[in-house]
Design a protein around this ligand. Structure first.
Ligand code: PHE
Ligand code: FE
Length: 280
């Protein structure tokens, strides 16, 4: 089970115990009950098309058959977090590094590092979406460039506030806001908090605003950034970031919970959902 130089290994299916599969089932069933009406429709559709279900921890090779045909992506099993350059390299080649092991039953609600439930359930269904699939590859390439420029801190915030903790407006859904960030999708408590609580800010996505904003890894997010769709996200991140990085050096960082001038703050509308926008 020693990983190869690119940190990948063959998913050790025989290493999973019945208890491991039971943890998957419990996590899956809990999120499957909670997420309809909360998760972005494309996420739920990806989940269904991949056939990721409650039975147990999926076989990566089976999912790869479906994923490759849909968008050319594949999962590669890794022992856990991999160094940034390795991670970016995999994404740039449409390979998603997926932690193979699962948390213990006493870690159902909180885990400090990604496991297979977060990485697979949270991240992989959206790789079935062609635009999101291209965004992730572009992010990998952008990461390799940011490494050379010493700009990982700014770029990592973009990943954090989109791929991990992003919200999206869903015109088709009454009520408006939906979850697409995997850090939320794999967490019961944050799936509720991010939409139901009045505590966090919900701010319209703006690239420089996001890259200026520090983030917290130890609590629920204090600010969620809301995109209108993956086309908007992909278009906003398509230009060369070099001039943006230069501008960012003249701008102070913002705290995770701080609002800034020009923010489009999304407030609870008069109806049941989110929708009104207020400029700060
Ligand atoms: N356009 C970015 C750059 O020049 C690359 C990128 C695309 C980064 C998408 C993140 C997401 O660095
Ligand atoms: Fe993640």
């Amino acid at each position: 089970m020693d990983p190869r130089p690119d940190y990948t290994l063959d998913q050790p299916l025989e290493a999973y115990t019945p208890g491991d599969h039971a943890v998957w089932r419990a996590l899956f069933e809990r999120q499957a009950r909670l997420l309809p009406g909360r998760a972005y429709g494309g996420f739920l559709e990806g989940l269904r098309k991949l056939g990721v279900a409650a039975e147990g921890i999926p076989d990566f090779r089976r999912l790869n058959g479906i994923l490759r045909r849909a968008t050319g992506w594949e999962l590669v099993a890794v022992p856990g977090l991999v160094p940034d350059p390795v991670f970016f390299g995999h994404l740039a080649h449409r390979r998603f590094p997926t932690t193979w092991w699962i948390r213990k039953p006493e870690q159902m609600d909180y885990l400090q590092e990604p496991d297979v439930f977060h990485d697979l359930f949270g991240h992989v269904p959206l790789l079935m979406d062609p635009v999101f699939a291209d965004y992730m590859q572009a992010y990998g390439r952008g990461g390799m460039k940011a490494e050379r420029l010493g700009e990982i801190t700014h770029l990592a915030r973009l990943y954090w506030y989109t791929v991990e903790f992003g919200l999206i407006r869903d015109a088709d859904a009454p009520g408006g806001l939906r979850i697409y960030g995997s850090g939320i999708l794999s967490s019961k408590a944050e799936s509720i908090h991010c939409l139901d609580s009045d505590a966090p800010n919900r701010v319209g996505f703006d690239l420089l605003r996001v890259m200026r904003t520090r983030y917290r890894i130890d609590t629920f997010q204090k600010t969620y950034f809301v995109i209108d769709g993956f086309e908007q996200l992909f278009a906003a991140t398509r230009p060369d970031f070099r001039p943006y990085y230069e501008r960012l050096h003249g701008m102070p960082d913002l705290g995770a919970g701080e609002l800034a001038e020009g923010d489009r703050v999304i407030t609870r509308g008069t109806g049941a959902g989110w929708g009104d926008t207020e400029d700060v």
